[in-house]
Design a protein around this ligand. Structure first.
Ligand code: PLP
Length: 223
């Protein structure tokens, strides 16, 4: 049952926070609803969830419209966003978790009506198949975004490989946190970079131990 799954996840968030003396209210549970329909998403909202993430433009727009009786939901776009679809989605979302190229930034700059909260996606594990900017390129990328007044870098996002061991998960999330802090310390106007979007169903407790402020959880909510 969704409400039981949700309760269990919230408990795990609290336990993980307690391990490292963090406040559970500093971790935002972002429900990844890409695999479920609108009515199942509605059940989450009825149970108090207010952050929903989708990875398909059409599905996000459809759900947002169908659930507009919950106007305080924050909609997150995760995953690859094709440039030709930026126009239809960018002013409909509260967070974009996958900024990873200047070309995409240019398109967002062109289409956005206000500054968009973006996470720069970082490929910490250097997997060839993964999206995201390599660690050594992140600083230059963030600096290059300074001229885009429609892009606000709220933080960094990463995914650990599904095959990563617990040790590797710790290392990957620790590294993202380190880079995020390094950027935050620069106090850049366009890139406050105070957040880290990391941790999914299989690794969110570890991500929280390493400082995640947004976890993106799908499967564990609906199994
Ligand atoms: C699907 C997805 C998730 C959620 O993964 P689960 O393992 O179902 O929790 C998180 N982040 C991204 C980018 C995704 O595509």
């Amino acid at each position: 049952m969704i409400s039981e799954n949700l309760h269990k996840i919230q408990q795990e968030i609290q336990d993980s926070c307690a391990l490292v003396s963090r406040n559970a209210s500093d971790v935002c549970l972002t429900a990844v609803t890409k695999s479920v329909d609108t009515e199942t998403t509605r059940v989450l909202l009825e149970n108090g969830v207010r952050d929903c993430a989708e990875n398909r433009v059409e599905k996000l727009l459809e759900k947002k419209a169908a659930l507009k009786d919950y106007p305080d939901v924050r909609w997150h776009f995760i995953g690859n966003l094709q440039r030709r679809k930026v126009k239809s989605i960018i002013n409909e979302i509260d967070f974009f978790h996958a900024l990873d190229s200047i070309k995409l930034a240019q398109e967002i700059q062109k289409r956005a009506e206000h500054p968009i909260n973006c996470f720069v996606e970082v490929n910490v594990s250097q997997e060839a198949t993964k999206q995201g900017i390599f660690v050594e390129e992140v600083m230059a990328f963030i600096e290059a975004l300074a001229s885009f007044d429609k892009i606000r870098v709220v933080g960094l996002m990463t995914m650990a490989p599904l095959t990563a061991s617990k040790d590797e998960q710790h290392q990957i999330f620790k590294e993202l946190k380190r880079i995020q802090q390094q950027i935050a310390d620069l106090h850049l106007t366009h890139a406050p970079c105070l957040e880290t979007s990391m941790g999914m169903s299989n690794d969110f407790p570890i991500a929280i131990q390493e400082g995640a402020t947004f976890i993106r959880v799908g499967t564990a909510l609906f199994q």
